[in-house]
Design a protein around this ligand. Sequence first.
Ligand code: ZN
Length: 174
Amino acid sequence: MCTHLHVDHVGWNTRLENGRWVPTFPNARYLFAMQEFDHWSAQNAKTEIPAFADSVLPVVEAKRHELVGNDHQIGDHVRILPTPGHTPGHIAITMGRAKDDAVFSGDLMHSPLQTLYPELSIKFDVDPAKAATTRRGFLERYCDTDTLCCTAHFPSPSVGKIRRKGNAFVCAAV
Ligand SMILES: [Zn+2]
């Protein structure tokens, strides 16, 4: 599953074999959020987006992809949490049976600074205002719960639990 289709989140989808990009895992199904896929498809139709062309489309051509809605689940344990703003179809991925034991937050935040200042959006956020609203909502949802928050870009160890700090939050080490 891809949280979104930016270059640094799709690169391992494919590998170059005899000059052709092919799925890295030939027997796997690759799940893309439909809204995210549609957004980048439309952008790519106007001007080629290299990461989409070499790391997403080859998976589609190999028929290993599945476009899923935001209500999609894998078994009893893996669910989608829509978190738009960084990109239009950005999703977080939650894991756990009947509760979120862990959540992969993707790029809805990039730095621990954004837990202290959720309104701070970075230049890569397609919709900075929505990204900020989504970020605060996400942090509020998991604040003072046992859910392990697995971030993509925080410094190592990149995981923690969200705790309240004043009018904001911290991602506390576990
Ligand atoms: Zn990104």
